[in-house]
Ligand binder design. Structure first.
Ligand SMILES: Nc1ncnc2c1ncn2[C@@H]1O[C@H](COP(=O)(O)OP(=O)(O)OP(=O)(O)O)[C@@H](O)[C@H]1O
Ligand SMILES: [Mg+2]
Length: 461
């Protein structure tokens, strides 16, 4: 069943529900009709017997009674199925038709109403004992049911013949309707099938029907939008990465080619090799960063987090940062708390995050500047701030600094050697610890980078 196309499944369900409905309707209608016919017949019989009972109660002589009974039988059409007997089974009166088709004298009997077929004709027979003048008479009136049975049979035949026909017609209608209703789904499927990496910017046509189909198309379009953005990010990343790699490789090649153009002194060769080595170091750190981001994107870079005192971690990063700051005579001040702040972290990654911030602070702060690193706790978070008195970041650039390969001043950054990956890696590290990183800055005055990492629930591990 599940392998059938949806429209066939809908039709099959429609058919099953309709067939059950028809069957139920048929059975109920048949029995209701039968019940109501019998009720009418029974009421009729009760009326007739009432007349006979009054007559018997009025007439005390038996001979007169038979006469009177014959009279009412002749006057009242339809009441020719009447017989009256005494408890011993002797006939007091028996109409002609009753003599032909009616049941035998019942003898002593209580009141009853039954359907009998004594002589091939179905009869509804009402039996009532009537007491009058110390005598008891058994009165029986009957009504032939053959017409009714015939009507019921006809009704049954009509039901049996028409139901399958109606069912077939309704199912065909159901199939047609479901095909019609599902045609737009086919259309969406066809359109969706034609979208690939080459035309990821195309969108499905959205029917303005305010129904499931509109929602489906809009949802698929939303998904395409997200896919396109992700795809564009990846293509951009690949393009930027190859560009960043090509520059140092071209540089190293040019250095080597120039050096080999004519014979050089040992000193000159050494100098060239030294420069190439520096380029190589920068390039391999760039490759390492690229690979880290690629692993982070694919979800392969999982952190092994343990209980870490964030104060110790920031302190260690500052120690390394100091060796970066010293050559530029930048002072590095630390304001770390006395008591430990426990967080769940991978200490190497976390140290790397602070080194990225310190490296930037040193890089973008003129000599004799000042960098302040502070750590506090607030609202269940450890909050670290790296503040510098550097060149600052323009308000237009601030929203972009965490983007990959973003550098506010490309020329200056090329000189300082950065690829613009530091903060993207830093942001990934902060997020991988369940935290956030944000920045505020004033051009010409300095910048503040704020890292918030949730405190571990159980402290003092
Ligand atoms: N402390 C800061 N002061 C001023 N500008 C900054 C600061 N930190 C970052 N920026 C700006 O944000 C840009 C992106 O920083 P990011 O660390 O991502 O790249 P980078 O330092 O240029 O290169 P990389 O970190 O890959 O060596 C920087 O190029 C710079 O323009
Ligand atoms: Mg950097």
């Amino acid at each position: 069943m599940t392998s059938l196309p949806l429209r066939l499944r809908i039709t099959a369900w429609y058919f099953a529900v309709l067939a059950t409905g028809f069957a139920l309707f048929g059975v109920i209608a048949y029995y209701a009709m039968r019940g109501s016919i019998l009720e009418t017949v029974d009421e009729n019989l009760q009326d007739q017997v009432q007349g006979v009972r009054e007559l018997i109660e009025r007439e005390s002589r038996e001979a007169e009674l038979a006469h009177a009974l014959r009279e009412i039988e002749e006057i009242r059409a339809g009441s020719d199925l009447l017989q009256v007997s005494d408890p011993a089974g002797n006939w007091i009166y028996r109409s002609r038709t009753m003599a032909q088709f009616g049941p035998a004298a019942p003898g002593i009997a209580g009141a009853s109403i039954t359907t009998q077929q004594p002589d091939g004709v179905p009869l509804r027979v009402l039996t009532i004992p009537v007491h009058a003048a110390h005598r008891t008479y058994i009165v029986q009136v009957a009504y032939p049911l053959d017409d009714f049975h015939e009507a019921l049979d006809r009704f049954r035949r009509v039901l049996f013949l028409c139901s399958p026909l109606l069912l077939l017609l309704a199912s065909a209608g159901g199939y047609w309707l479901s095909r019609r209703a599902l045609r737009p789904v086919d259309q969406v499927t066809r359109e969706a099938r034609s979208i690939s990496a080459q035309n990821l910017s195309s969108r499905l046509a959205v029917p303005h029907t305010r129904d499931e189909l509109q929602r489906l198309s809009e949802t698929l379009n939303g998904m395409l939008e997200r896919l396109e953005q992700a795809f564009r990010r990846i293509t951009q990343f690949t393009a930027d990465a190859s560009h960043e790699l090509r520059t140092p490789v071209a540089l190293m090649r040019a250095r080597a080619e120039i050096a080999l153009r004519r014979p050089r002194s040992d000193e000159e060769y050494r100098e060239t090799l030294q420069q190439i080595l520096e380029d190589l170091q920068r390039t391999s750190s760039l490759i390492e960063n690229l690979m880290l981001l690629a692993r982070a994107d694919s979800g392969a870079e999982a952190l092994e987090r343990t209980g870490v005192n964030m104060g110790d971690n920031v302190g260690e990063a500052c120690l390394e940062g100091r060796s970066l700051a010293e050559p530029k005579q930048i002072s590095l001040l630390t304001e770390l708390p006395q008591s430990p702040l426990w967080i769940e972290a991978e200490s190497n990654s976390l140290r790397r995050l602070f080194l990225i911030l310190l490296d930037n602070a040193v890089k973008f702060t003129p000599p004799q500047g000042r960098i302040t690193v502070s750590l506090t706790s607030s609202d269940g978070f450890a909050v670290a701030e790296v503040r510098d008195t550097g060149i600052g970041i323009a308000a237009d650039d601030l929203p972009h600094i965490f983007e990959r390969f973003f550098r506010a001043d490309r020329a200056r950054s090329r000189h300082t050697g950065g690829a613009g990956l530091g903060l993207s890696i830093g942001q990934w590290i902060a997020q991988a610890h369940g935290g956030t990183i944000s920045a505020s800055s004033k051009l010409g005055e300095g910048s503040v980078f704020r890292v918030r990492i949730p405190l571990a629930r159980e402290t003092g591990q």
